[in-house]
Design a protein around this ligand. Structure first.
Ligand SMILES: [Zn+2]
Length: 71
């Protein structure tokens, strides 16, 4: 589900990842398992993606001549 994007902060192409607030997720999971899972699905499907290296957003479209850094 990750896409290759250009991170201005890293200065290179990286894989994006869904921005998930794990603290909120765990709290919701403790309160109600279903609500916690719904939140997780929402985060994954939301358009909000961040740099998988430094967490920066917004990311730009991948650049052809940029350094590739996939972790
Ligand atoms: Zn970055």
């Amino acid at each position: 589900m990750s896409e290759i994007r250009f991170c201005p902060r890293c200065g290179k192409n990286v894989l994006d990842k869904a921005k998930i607030n794990w603290v909120i997720f765990i709290v919701l999971l403790i309160l109600t398992v279903i609500v916690g899972l719904v939140y997780l699905v929402y985060c994954v499907w939301a358009k909000e993606k961040v740099c998988s290296v430094c967490g920066f957003k917004p990311l730009e479209p991948a650049r052809q001549n940029a350094i590739q850094d996939f972790r």
